[in-house]
Ligand binder design. Sequence first.
Ligand code: GLC
Length: 747
Amino acid sequence: MNVNEILAQMTLEEKAAFCSGHDFWHTKSIERLGVPSVMMCDGPHGLRKQEGEGDHLGINKSIETVCYPTAAALASSFDRDVMRQLGDALGQECQAEDVAMLLGPGLNIKRSPLCGRNFEYFSEDPYLAGEMGAAYVQALQGQGIAACAKHFACNDQETLRMSGSSNLDERTLREIYLPAFEAVVKKGKTRSLMCAYNAINGTFCAENKALLTDILRDEWKSDAFVVTDWGAIKDRAKGTAAGLDLEMPGGPNATGEEIVEAVQSGTLSEADLDKAVLRLLQFVKDSVEQRRPDASIDRDACRKLARKLAGECAVLMKNEGGLLPLKEKQKAAFIGEFADKPRYQGAGSSHINVPHAVSALETAGDAVLYARGYDAHSDTTDEVLLNEAIDMAKKAEVAVIFAGLPDAFETEGADRDHMRLPDNQNELIAAVAAVNPNTVVVLHGGSPVELPWLAQVPAVLCVYLGGEQVGAATVDLLYGKVNPGGHLAETWPIRLQDNPSYLNFPGEEGIVTYAEGNYVGYRYYDKKEMPVNFCFGHGLSYTRFAYSNLRTDKEKMTDQDTLTVSVDVKNVGSVAGKTAVQLYVRDTESTVRRPVRELKAFEKAELQPGEMKTVTFVLDKRAFAYWEPKCHDFFVENGEFVVEIGESSRDIRASRSVRVEGTVVLPFTVTENTTIGQLLKHPKGKEIIGNMMRSSAMSHVDQTDTMGEGSERMMQGMMMGIQLGALVSYGRISRKQLKELIASLNA
Ligand code: GLC
């Protein structure tokens, strides 16, 4: 299949039609030129393949297959190998089911706990999200299946997602909301991206040239094709000109006539259309060439993998007195409907048709007592269920409450109204904890919840939405067959009002102002030194880890160098375990707003009791840089930085300073509005200011004694804030002299 030859033979009408789907899940074929139709399906954590007539809302059942942990759980593994195992398995399954592209990973940032689709997204931290996404994409595409990084970009809520605009400044966009996509493009080499429904600063993603061409192709050098989210198209011709390639779902009425008219009227260049067609032909060609028609899938093996991955993702949040792991002989009561009917995935386009989700109850068998405790389809307490649960908790040595967000509380298409668990669950947990001091809470859900009973509960295990095998994995974790090694990929704030987006979520009439800027998640809570229930990166284990011998290969560097950081990690407990070694970087001398620290590297380490390993990281410029709008690039300021190694963002075990010199000089254009204070940072500024101070221009400055106490500080402040143009108003220099001064400074 020679894509250029095929393009050359295509008519304008064929080209235009080819840029829209055949139906919900297939591209168009071009029989006369031997171009087949290929299929794409949702993901991201399972194959949702609809047989026969496809539809958007999943009314038509999809095939029975395996549901893995969702992104919110997967990210908590802090383990790229977990993502690789998932990508491999899904890639094999797509080959077996003749699916050419899987619609994932979801890379939007968890700006607010209220986003209905948080279960489908990785983190509040773009570096973690990007690394996990890139590992998944590399593995999936290694099986010959295209990934489709979504939703590009700033689709961080469900409210008015199809018509709203995410409004944010350049630094915030570049430092928080694009880097995960950048990593999946540059490291993952994703073959496709899905543009989001929403607009960014008023320009819809489906026709956003800055996003789809200037950034994605010109700057990131991507040759991926861009498909719309389903129904995200606005102006078909404008989209093609902006860099959009494929409109989905398309269908029989999507003939591409608007594109034909636009080319014929000259408002769309055929060259732009050809680029889109070529990218789509390349996608089809790659899919055909990498197709393995003999592929098969062993779903029992997949279910075993799903159970293993769920165990890797769970986060042991609290474990006072070593209540966990439970002992086999302990009489345990499993309380809560989720023990019997686990909540393991979210509603919407990612919903997988699972023949049987394994519950904790069936896994534990007769060894445990069971009480339903609450009705998962209701918010109100059922007194009978509550009292039955309390009575049972009184008889048991340990009470394990399976709680979490019901389906109705978080879903694609709608954001959460609040951050609470259902009232009936909060009441149950408090009541059980009041009669049994050995109470464990197992949490299910895609996003943080408020924990009003936390002080009364000695142990909390978060399994997020852990996939169809989550019940089995939970029993493995509760009884110590698996040692929890997950770490939180998002902060769990004490209350919703503490979240930085609280005042601006979900916006008004579709206008969402990201007023918190880059202070998202821990970047905000740490800057505000705000208490939280559980911090970013937090995760306990049934063993403990000690860190020592943190060293770097240099103490001084430029932004063109790399820095190698090594640290020794030892398992100082009695059981094998895994931990997420996290590396944060702190800029101690920044002149611009920067978070206290930012995650810049991580590795999962598995250690036997007593075993010690050296973990090594290599940092480049990006570990120290921030996005500088003055040069529209990541920029490193001179100064002292601190490299920190931690078990979480607030459990820093070792740190080391390094001096970094930036080699880029920022453009500095002097104008009448440039202040004296700013001028001091100009290469020639000090000399100019010095001359001026000695001249009559600033003679009034020495009258500080007549202006009362503290006037020194006031004068200093005022002087630094004087703009050059004011010197003419003060009669200190002439306008001609000012123009000459500005010209000489800009020379
Ligand atoms: C949905 C979702 C997207 C999904 C697509 C196809 O609207 O936003 O994630 O892949 O449509 O179902």
